[in-house]
Ligand binder design. Sequence first.
Ligand SMILES: C[S@@+](CC[C@H](N)C(=O)[O-])C[C@H]1O[C@@H](n2cnc3c(N)ncnc32)[C@H](O)[C@@H]1O
Length: 312
Amino acid sequence: MSLAKARVLKGATPPLPPGPPYACSELQDWVGRSFQLPAGDPRLPALHKGGEAPTPQLDNLVGAVKYWQEHPEWMDIHDPESPSHEDRMLERALYLRRWAPQLDAARRLLDLGGGVGRFTLWLLEQGKEVELVDPDLRSLWRAVSVGAATEGKLDVHWTTGERMPPLAPVDTALLVEVLNYVEDPAAVLANVHRVLQPGGTLLVSVEARWGWAAALDAHDGTLEAFFTDGIVHQPGDRWVRTFEREAFAALLQGAGFEVEAIWPSHYVLSGPFELAAGPIDEAALFRYEDLLAAHPISERLNRAWMAVARRV
Ligand SMILES: C[S@@+](CC[C@H](N)C(=O)[O-])C[C@H]1O[C@@H](n2cnc3c(N)ncnc32)[C@H](O)[C@@H]1O
């Protein structure tokens, strides 16, 4: 589960500094290493080796294995040469514009479904302590590599949000674009509630129904689904539950969180206005997002919802 149990696939396993979590400044020998970890969810090792998904939702992990094999350059968003680097970092800036006050105050965080560490890396650079949990082991390898040599402290856990490892309490949890893909969003939120200290902060985002349907990466033949349950399933590739604002708010409240704010987001990058906006920098992105969120026609076509909630 923890990096404490990791064994590198080739060569001797480097020693770990005192922990967990581990001072990243002493993880240099882990850079570029692939390692095995005990899986918190027993279905993950077979999926990691290319097996079929036992449930439709786990097709997301089948898709991830396939993309790491066929298009690693798209998965490795930290590499400035990656075709997805610039957009993913601009989208991160969109989140940080709303969440910076909460993140500044945070000390010890959970990044659940944190992937290759788009947020974990930023947090480690600010000297925070991060527990990164993800069911895609290849993403965890990459996250440890990029996190090494930063100011913070890190531990990683190979499991799903439904089967969380035992963790010491955190003051802040991030769940960024994750609840759309899980089998049981309420169970995942209950696990986050358990690990967050009372009064702790949840920073959460999900994919939004109508903006998803209108985005450039929508799949052929999925339109009907948006009028029924808003679930898109591409076998062997992805499974996405899209949300409307009310359902998102109800999910958070039902799991024992008080919602402080929900913002519509992602109109431009990954959203329906991507082509019309063309290549943009951060200032243009913020300006377009604000314009589109304020207009009575475009406001409902956001690709994502982002929220701040408090653990009751
Ligand atoms: C769109 S990516 C978002 C990654 C990261 N949070 C970010 O914002 O860059 C979705 C992530 O959810 C993870 N995921 C999929 N199913 C999950 C589950 N059941 N529990 C936790 N994470 C899951 C995937 O492995 C992937 O890293």
